[in-house]
Design a protein around this ligand. Structure first.
Ligand SMILES: [Zn+2]
Length: 274
């Protein structure tokens, strides 16, 4: 989302919206102001908070969340209207088009059109934790609850901006077990975790800076070394990485660096170790 905002900001600023369509009617969660209130307005800014993207057009703001399968792209040409992945089409001069598309079967991505003064009060922003990047907050007290790090760090109310993929990378660099509880962290471990958060998310952004350009890809590169790399060597110690498989995702870790050489093969065992 960070790189999406960085690429869209300079490309959209000052551009005037010609027309807007929301073909995936379920994606649009608000009706006042109406979608057509965007027409004739110029973009004044694009920014990110957590996984939310803000398209600012003066005193009207489009707030959106891509969820897991949504993609935002700025195309030089308009989409075919029968493209079933289209959720929001913002038409710009010279045939260009800002497009929110969503792949897969679920319709989870959403869009809200809000008055600028109502944005901060929107429920999507309520309770969001401090940003994990670029300057993560001190973690010792923030994480002082009896929950495993793997779920705690992905909880946007605790700290915002970390998903399933990067939590594995961060915990590996910090050499902490995904099942270690937040309230079991020593000061040194909390510091290591904070440093790993800054360095790993920074590494990802740096890769994106080098690899990602407009119109923005349908599939972003994932510069992972640990997540979903089970069976491959740990980037730190070369021990074979292991994984715990959940219904819809995988959690990968290094037994040597992170779990005192214990292999947590499945979910039941993992539960016992919480
Ligand atoms: Zn290792």
């Amino acid at each position: 989302m960070e790189i999406t905002a960085r690429r869209l900001e300079p490309a959209l600023r000052g551009e005037v919206v010609e027309s807007v369509l929301a073909p995936g009617i379920n994606a649009l969660k608000t009706f006042d102001p109406p979608l057509h209130a965007l027409e004739g307005r110029a973009f004044t800014g694009v920014r990110r908070r957590g996984k939310l993207l803000f398209l600012e057009l003066g005193d009207v703001v489009v707030l959106l969340h891509l969820m897991s399968a949504g993609r935002m792209q700025l195309h030089p040409k308009r989409a075919a209207l029968r493209d079933k992945t289209s959720r929001l089409l913002v038409r710009l001069p010279e045939g260009r088009e800002l497009r929110l598309r969503e792949f897969g079967t679920k319709q989870a991505a959403w869009v809200k059109v809000l008055r600028a003064e109502d944005v901060e009060g929107d429920e999507a922003l309520q309770g969001l934790g401090p940003e994990a990047w670029p300057d993560p907050p001190p973690l010792r007290e923030l994480l002082d609850v009896p929950r495993p790090l793997h779920s705690l760090l992905r909880d946007q109310q605790v700290v915002t901006g970390i998903g399933r993929t990067w939590v594995d990378e961060i915990l590996n660099v910090a050499r902490l077990s995904p099942f270690k509880r937040g309230d079991d962290l020593s000061d040194a471990e909390a510091d290591a975790l904070r440093a790993a958060m800054a360095s790993e998310l920074g590494r990802v952004i740096e890769r994106y800076e080098a690899l990602v350009d407009l119109p923005l890809p349908e599939k972003f590169p994932k510069p992972t070394r640990v997540h979903a790399h089970q069976g491959e060597p740990c980037p730190n110690c070369e021990t074979v990485l292991e994984a715990v498989f959940y219904e819809d995702y995988v959690m990968s870790y290094c037994p040597h660096c992170q779990t005192e050489d214990r292999v947590l093969k499945d979910r039941r065992l993992s539960r016992l170790l919480k």
